[in-house]
Design a protein around this ligand. Sequence first.
Ligand SMILES: [Fe+2]
Length: 232
Amino acid sequence: MTDFAIIDDVIPLQLISLMVNSWMRYFERRQSKERVVWSPYKGQPNSIGYTRDDFQCLYRACQFPWNPKENDPVLKEICSLANERKGIHASDPQQTFNTVSWYPPGSGFMREHIDGGISPLIHALVPLTFRGKDYDEGGLRIKKRNGEWVDIEWLVKPGCVVLYDGTLMHEVLPVYGGIGRMQCFPLANEFGSIEDDPRNLAHVSIGKIVKARALLFKDKIRTLLGREQNYR
Ligand SMILES: [Fe+2]
């Protein structure tokens, strides 16, 4: 199996400019009150999280398929184009949600890790800012099966999609300079009910559980009325 691949000229450059301009305005206000979401549950409201701890420092917006009216159409379009490159289309039963992440200059990073969950785990990542142009140091690197670390930022250019195996060790080295590092990322996930997830349940308020049920109910009605079916 290939460790990673970079496909050029997938994302129109004007979509990248739109994403950076609109999301940077939000992220730079640094107003997130929630933590970054790692294990979303079915019906979860959209979120913009911020976490700074020993493992990571980043902002991440998550947009879920049962919230179509609230979702950024540009983010959706970029993630859809990225998903197509790994063979996932809107009608595909695999469940995904869309994210945009920002690693602030001077503090953004994510320690080395492997991603679990669905297997095989092919990620399709879209870089939005670029080292040497938008920031000076740091970024994504991936450890190939032969043990060699590859500096991905050295290889990418605007409009590309990076496909890689999330079960390989990877990390985001500390980001310095400029406006920092931003990326779009459709993430595969097996959404479970919050009621069946004791670890998650302990951190979720009753209000959010009620909201999750309401969002799923609205989406079910939308589906029954013959409008877009957003997930299965
Ligand atoms: Fe990861």
